[in-house]
Design a protein around this ligand. Structure first.
Ligand code: IVH
Length: 734
């Protein structure tokens, strides 16, 4: 690998890893399996080690995945919350042991082996035995205060049993049982709502809800396994801690092993694998921890993880079955994707009859043929995937798959023209076939379903089936047409067949109408994302929504035109330079002309950079700019805008005018006479201010109410201004 190649691959991997970390930790909706994520991160770590000149202290390989979201108070951990390094085979595990022998200069090492729980990490603080706070891992040194939500967990005691330290941080994992997950999904299915993908993401998503009464409607569970700050110290080993957790009356892991040496640890990992499916929580591995606290301290930690503990990840569940056929699905963007139709097979608590084959290249690369025996894997989340075929057991008559031939050269849904396009497959750029008809039924239904999905306008109640039906009956062509469908039409919508009718019903219809009306008030960024503008993903939509007031402004965006102009200037600068090798100037006169032109270009670029494009992130690049402007100038784009205008829907951008609180940080304490805490926070944020959880010299104001406690004292100590609600409201302007 050349330096240039390494640099490019590292940049590429950093971007991918950051993207998937955001999806997993912050949004609890990963698009790839944990294993695929770990592989990306590991490739990145290896390259960073091999090419230290491209190291970056901010790389995801050196920090824990940040789970903080908006709407929660940030609280510092008394002791940092770390992550764990992963291993995938016996050899890597033995290397961990060998490192410790060298580091601690003894080969008499005892370990515990515990289940690795697949949930959401949390730190509980108990003061003098009383539960006072629950905080997520966040970015390791500080996390989100989720006390109110964690307090809804029935199995968590408010008071530790027996003698307790003055202050202790006890760490563990919040999870949802399979039974509760299934109950919730059955409820959602009945209401026609989008189903949740798996218990882990549902638990993580639930804890990050702002409203504790919503959290209380779902049964969450918790298990504790580690210690943060503890004063005074109470245990000398991990086994003592395990017993102490139980003695305090806290939920603990169902089984752990105390072992000596790595052979015994390896045997325990095998035993755990046999047992773990009977546990109440999902497990994806084993955690091996040095038992002795003194030795733990001696081994120390990196910024990201302790050297005294390691995770061993089990292979995901897989099964073998026969590939009966390959069918084609047309998505909301028109991409034709192959789907494996399988002989139904049991895998990780469910029956699987379909799996993704990603794309045609993947099928060829894995040498998968129709009629083959295949191995499928369910990597904890997302859709099951076909891993591999078994060519040595291939039956006579197994057929190779050719997508173009399979669909007869046209879209299988609308019979429209298909064309070859480049797509981002998640693991690089590949080619795919795409239906060219924007009005294809499949694309319409896909866009409508997406429009209503939780990530977009959250119009709950409109799942895939309802979307397909509305489009089939031509009640909806473009998503906004949903607003023209009457309550009666929705209520009587037949989702079944004439022989076996299944109506959507009054109750579901009423809910859907309420949700669609509520969506009118959502900001421009949500609407923009919801309308499936080509190349505009969630974060791009957010950035665009912050920089434009309305769709009208966006459709004719001066900012996007400037992005294109900048790209054109950069291209010209590169292509027609005075010393260009590819395109050398013909003579001295031209060289001089180019020099003058270069000065002019540099001036223009500088003006753009410090003017209209100041602070514009790389998310908004020329590709996004071109497709956004093109889309709103195209017939479908114009049609959408006209429909929104007719419906009186005019979403507003969140253009941040500097507010009265810009640059000010507030800390809230005590109960305010009229405002709820969230309302006060909302006012501060809306006026450009920040809210923090702890008082420091940097705090501008402490907003104090009745029964304000230690924060008020701290403010007085530091001489920070303390204000009451009345004064705050005056400052905020009413
Ligand atoms: S101990 C400093 N024990 O896995 C050591 N962690 O991938 C801290 N996890 O951040 C962790 N089960 O959230 C420990 N039995 C267990 C665990 C466990 C799950 C989580 C934890 C950690 C993550 C790392």
């Amino acid at each position: 690998m050349t330096l240039a190649e390494a640099k490019k691959r590292i940049a590429d991997l950093r971007q991918q890893v950051a993207h998937h970390a955001e999806l997993y930790y912050r949004q609890a909706r990963p698009e790839i399996s944990d294993r695929e994520y770990d592989q990306l991160e590991r490739e990145l770590a290896d390259l960073e080690q091999q090419f230290p000149q491209f190291a970056d202290a901010d790389s995801q390989t050196r920090k824990v995945g940040d789970d903080r979201v908006q709407g929660f108070k940030e609280v510092a951990h008394r002791q940092k919350m770390l992550s764990l390094d992963n291993t995938y085979n016996e050899e890597e595990l033995r290397a961990f042991h060998a490192r410790l022998i060298k580091l601690l200069e003894t080969d008499d090492l005892r370990y515990t082996v515990e289940p690795k729980i697949d949930g959401l990490a949390v730190s509980l603080t108990y003061e003098n035995g009383e539960f006072v706070r629950a905080v997520t891992r966040g970015k390791g040194d500080k996390g989100d205060d989720v006390t109110a939500n964690v307090a809804t967990i029935g199995m968590l005691p408010r008071r530790l049993r027996g003698p307790a330290p003055r202050i202790v941080e006890i760490r563990g994992e919040i999870y949802m049982t399979q039974a509760e997950f299934e109950r919730l999904n059955a409820e959602r299915a009945a209401a026609g709502e989008e189903l949740y993908a798996n218990p882990r993401n549902t638990a993580a998503g639930t804890i990050k809800q702002i409203d504790p009464t919503e959290v209380a409607k779902r049964k969450l569970s918790i298990v504790l396994y580690s210690l943060g700050y503890c004063e005074p110290a109470v245990v000398r080993s991990q086994t003592e801690l395990q017993e102490q957790i139980r003695a305090w009356g806290l939920p603990a892991v169902e089984k752990y092993w105390a072992v000596r040496g790595i052979d015994e640890a390896w045997a325990a990992i095998g035993e755990l694998d046999q047992l773990r499916r009977t546990f109440a929580y999902g497990t994806d591995g084993a955690v091996v921890k040095l038992n002795d606290v003194e030795q733990q301290r001696a081994a120390g930690a990196t910024d990201k993880s302790p050297r005294w503990a390691i995770a061993y990840k089990y292979k995901p569940d897989s099964a073998r079955t026969r590939l009966k056929a390959i069918t084609i699905q047309v998505g909301k963007t028109g991409i034709l994707s192959p789907v494996a139709e399988l002989e139904p097979v049991h895998l990780s608590l469910s029956t699987i009859a379909r799996a993704t084959l990603h794309n045609e290249e993947e099928i060829r690369r894995k040498d998968i043929r129709i009629g083959d025996l295949v191995e499928i894997e369910r990597a904890g989340e997302v859709i099951p995937a076909v891993l591999r075929s078994f060519p040595e057991e291939r039956p006579a008559g197994a057929r190779e798959f050719d997508l173009f031939a399979a669909v007869g050269g046209k879209c299988p849904v609308c019979a429209g023209r298909i064309a070859r396009v480049e797509v981002d497959t998640g693991s690089g750029v590949g080619a795919a076939w795409k239906c060219q008809n924007y009005d294809c039924r499949a694309q319409r239904a896909g866009r409508l379903g997406f429009f209503c999905s939780r990530r977009a306008l959250a119009i709950d109640g409109l799942g895939e089936t309802v979307a397909a039906k509305l489009v089939e009956l031509e009640l909806v062509k473009d998503p906004p047409d949903l607003y023209d469908v009457t309550l009666e039409t929705l209520a009587t919508l037949n989702l079944g067949t004439t022989e076996e009718p299944r109506v959507f019903g009054e109750k579901n219809a009423t809910k859907l109408v309420a949700a669609r009306e509520a969506a009118r008030a959502l900001p421009l960024e949500k609407w923009l994302y919801a309308l499936s503008v080509p190349d505009v993903g969630e974060s791009t939509a957010r950035e665009l929504g912050r920089r434009h007031r309305t769709f009208a402004e966006l459709a004719d965006s001066a900012l996007l035109k400037a992005v294109l102009e900048k790209a054109a200037l950069e291209e010209e600068r590169e292509r027609d330079g005075p010393a260009s090798k590819k395109n050398p100037p013909k003579d001295e006169a031209e060289k001089e002309r180019r020099k003058t032109r270069r000065v002019a270009i540099d001036g223009e670029l500088k003006a753009l950079g410090s003017g209209i494009l100041l602070g514009v992130p790389s998310d908004i690049g020329p590709a996004v700019a071109a497709s956004t402007l093109e889309f709103f100038a195209s017939a479908p784009g114009k049609r959408l805008l006209a429909k929104l205008a007719r419906l009186g829907i005019d979403p507003q951008g969140t253009v941040q005018a500097a507010g009265v609180f810009t640059g000010k940080t507030f800390v809230l304490t005590g109960t305010l006479p009229t405002l709820k805490r969230e309302e006060a926070e909302q006012k501060i944020l809306a006026a450009g201010g920040k809210v923090s959880g702890s008082v420091s010299k940097k705090t501008s104001y402490v907003l104090a109410g009745a029964e304000a406690g230690s924060k008020l004292e701290k403010a007085r100590e530091l001489g920070v201004s303390v204000i009451e609600e009345a004064e705050f409201l005056r400052m905020a302007g009413g």
